[in-house]
Design a protein around this ligand. Structure first.
Ligand code: ADP
Ligand code: MG
Length: 521
C-alpha cells in the first residue's frame, strides 16, 4: 500500500529525493520579466548564489520586491465553513525575514546531502539549521512566528508548499488549484474557495513539477498535460500553460484512507437500510453490476462498499487507473494501468488489463472505471462465467449508462450492429446502480435498476428502488425519500434464492414500498 506522505519510509525517501532533484526541463513561467535562473525550487547554491528567495526560482531579482507582500489573510469570499486552518496572522515583515533566513540556510546546508536523507531526518536537519540561524541573527521572534517560519521553510524545501495544509486535511475530497491565486476545495460535497495562494505561477509550476517527478514524469510547455499520483495514493492531474490560459491548473482527488462503508452511507441518508440490504444481496448473489454516476458522485465509494459482500474465498481481480479500491478479501490481485513514459511509450490501457484478466482465472473482475473499449471485454467477462463482476461508468441515469456502454463499444472500433451490442449488454448486465450528487452537495443512490431484456430494438429496464425528490427545506437542503417501486419479484429473484437470500430480499422490498402507484405505472 502507499505510505502516507510525510511518514518516513522508503517511499517518502525517494519522494523527497526526487522532489529536490532539479527539474529536468524547467518550465518557462508565463512571462517573468527577467529570465529566471534554473527553475528548480532550490537551485543548488553554487550554481545560483542568488537563489535568495525562499524556495523560489522566481525572477532573479533578489530584492524583496520579488517577494509579494505578506498576504493579508484574505478572507475567502464564500464563508468557508472551515475552508482552511485559519491562516494565522503573519507579521508584516514575515516574508522578508523568511527570505533572509532562507538564503542563509541555503548557504549553510548541504542540499545534495539533504536529498539523500529520508523525509523526517531532512526536516529535522532543516529545523536545526533554521533555528540556529534565527538565534545567530538575533531575530526577535515569538515562538509562534518561529514555528511558522520553520514549517513554511520545511514545506517549501521538502513538500508541496502552500498545498501542505490542505493535503494534511482528511475532510477534503478534491483540491483544485486554478493558477497561483485561486485554490478551491470540496468539503461535504460543496466547493469552496480557500485563501491558499502561491507566490506566483512559477512557484505553483515548480510544485506541480515536484509532484509529477515523483512518478518519473515531467510537465512543461512541451508536455503540458500530466497525470500523476501522490505517494499517499491521491490522484493528480496537471495541465499547464499554454493550454491552461490562466496558469498551471492542478486537480487532486484526495485518497481517503478510511473508505466509507455501506452503513455510513445509510447513516448519511444516501440510501435507506432496506436499500442497503438490497445492495448487499446484489453483491452476495453475484449479480453483474454497473455503477453509474457523475464526477465525484460516489461511484468508486459505492463500488468499494459492494465489494465488501464478496465471499472470502473468491479470486478477485481489480483493474484501475489509479488503485483506489480497498478490498478486504484475502485473494485479490490488483492491477493498474500505465500512462506512456517520457518517450510516449509503454502505455498499458484498461483494455489490456481487462483482457489479460481473463487469462488469470478470475472469479470476479472489478473495473474501477470503464471509459472506452474495455466495456466490450468487461461485458464479455460478465457473459462468460465471471458472474458478479462490477464496474463504474460515467452517466447521469441508468438509461444513459446503457447508451454510454453501447457508445463506448461502437467507438472502440468493434464493427458490430447495434442490435448485437444491445443484446450483449442485456445478457451481461443485471443491475445498474445510479449515484448522484445533488445540488445541495449531498450524495444519494438514486436508482437500483434491473436490466430486463429487449423489446424490439430497445433495452427494457425496471427500477427496484428510486429516490424521489420532494422539495427543499428552508436551508436549501433537499428533501426526498427512497422507495421501492413495488416490484415484488425482481428479475434476480432466482439468483437471490440460490444464495438463500430471497426472504430478506422480499422483506426489504416490501418494507420500502410506499403506497403510491405512480412510479410503477
Ligand atoms: N454517500 C456519500 N456521502 C458522503 N460522501 C460521499 C458519499 N459517497 C462518496 N463520498 C465522498 O465523495 C468523494 C468522491 O467519491 P468517489 O467515490 O471517489 O466519487 P467518483 O468515483 O464518483 O468520482 C469522496 O471523498 C467520498 O468519500
Ligand atoms: Mg471514481
Amino acid at each position: 500500500m502507499f505510505g502516507r506522505r510525510g511518514v518516513s519510509g522508503p517511499t517518502s525517501t525517494s519522494g523527497s529525493a526526487q522532489g529536490l532533484a532539479p527539474a529536468p526541463n524547467p518550465a518557462p513561467s508565463p512571462a517573468p520579466a527577467t529570465s529566471p535562473p534554473p527553475s528548480t525550487d532550490l537551485a543548488p547554491p553554487a550554481a545560483a548564489p542568488s537563489a535568495a528567495q525562499p524556495s523560489q526560482a522566481a525572477p532573479a531579482v533578489p530584492s524583496p520586491a520579488a517577494v509579494p507582500e505578506a498576504p493579508k489573510p484574505t478572507p475567502a469570499p464564500t464563508p468557508p465553513v472551515q475552508a482552511e486552518p485559519a491562516p494565522k496572522a503573519r507579521r508584516s515583515d514575515y516574508y522578508d525575514i523568511k527570505t533572509d533566513v532562507f538564503s542563509a540556510m541555503i548557504d549553510t546546508i548541504d542540499l545534495a546531502q539533504l536529498t539523500r536523507m529520508d523525509n523526517d531526518s531532512a526536516r529535522e536537519e532543516i529545523r536545526d539549521v533554521v533555528t540556529e540561524i534565527i538565534a545567530l541573527k538575533n531575530l526577535a521572534m515569538s515562538i509562534a512566528d518561529q514555528e511558522m517560519i520553520l514549517e513554511d521553510i520545511c514545506n517549501d524545501v521538502m513538500g508541496f508548499g502552500p498545498l501542505e495544509p490542505l493535503l494534511a486535511r482528511d475532510d477534503i475530497a478534491d483540491i483544485m488549484v486554478n493558477g497561483s491565486d485561486n485554490t478551491f476545495i470540496e468539503v461535504d460535497g460543496k466547493v469552496q474557495l480557500t485563501s491558499v495562494k502561491f507566490r506566483d505561477n512559477q512557484q505553483l509550476m515548480n510544485i506541480c513539477q515536484r509532484i509529477v517527478s515523483q512518478v518519473g514524469r515531467r510537465v512543461d510547455e512541451s508536455s503540458p498535460i500530466c497525470d500523476a499520483r501522490l505517494l499517499d495514493g491521491s490522484r493528480v492531474n496537471v495541465i499547464a500553460p499554454p493550454l491552461a490560459i490562466d496558469g498551471p491548473t492542478l486537480t487532486i482527488r484526495k485518497f481517503k484512507k478510511d473508505k466509507l462503508t455501506l452503513q455510513q452511507l445509510v447513516n448519511f441518508g444516501s440510501i435507506t437500510p432496506e436499500g442497503a440490504t438490497v445492495l448487499e444481496i446484489i453483491g452476495k448473489s453475484r449479480c453483474n453490476v454497473v455503477i453509474s454516476g457523475g464526477t465525484g458522485s460516489g461511484k468508486t465509494t459505492l463500488l468499494n462498499c459492494l465489494t465488501a459482500f464478496i465471499e472470502q474465498d473468491e479470486r478477485i481481480i481489480t483493474c484501475e487507473d489509479a488503485a483506489e479500491l480497498q478490498l478486504q478479501q484475502p485473494h485479490v490481485v490488483r492491477l493498474e494501468t500505465r500512462p506512456p513514459n517520457l518517450e510516449g511509450e509503454g502505455t498499458v490501457t484498461m483494455r489490456d488489463l481487462v483482457k489479460n484478466c481473463l487469462r488469470m482465472r478470475p472469479e470476479r473482475i472489478i473495473v474501477g472505471e470503464v471509459r472506452g473499449p474495455e466495456a466490450f471485454d468487461l461485458l464479455q467477462a460478465m457473459n462468460t462465467g465471471h458472474d458478479g463482476s462490477m464496474g463504474t461508468l460515467h452517466a447521469n441515469s441508468p438509461r444513459e449508462a446503457l447508451s454510454r456502454m453501447e457508445l463506448m463499444i461502437t467507438m472502440g472500433g468493434f464493427s458490430l450492429p447495434s442490435r448485437t451490442i444491445r443484446d450483449m449488454i442485456t445478457s451481461s448486465v443485471d443491475i445498474i446502480v445510479q449515484a448522484s450528487r445533488l445540488r445541495d452537495g449531498s450524495r444519494r443512490i438514486t436508482h437500483i435498476t434491473e436490466v430486463m431484456g429487449m423489446e424490439g430494438e430497445v433495452i427494457t429496464t425496471q427500477d427496484l428502488f428510486v429516490y424521489e425528490l420532494l422539495g427543499e427545506d428552508a436551508n436549501g437542503k433537499i428533501i426526498g425519500r427512497h422507495k421501492s417501486t413495488g416490484v415484488g419479484r425482481p428479475n434476480f429473484w432466482d439468483r437471490a434464492r440460490y444464495y438463500n437470500e430471497e426472504n430478506r430480499l422480499a422483506a426489504a422490498l416490501d418494507a420500502s414500498a410506499i403506497d403510491d402507484e405512480r412510479l410503477s405505472a
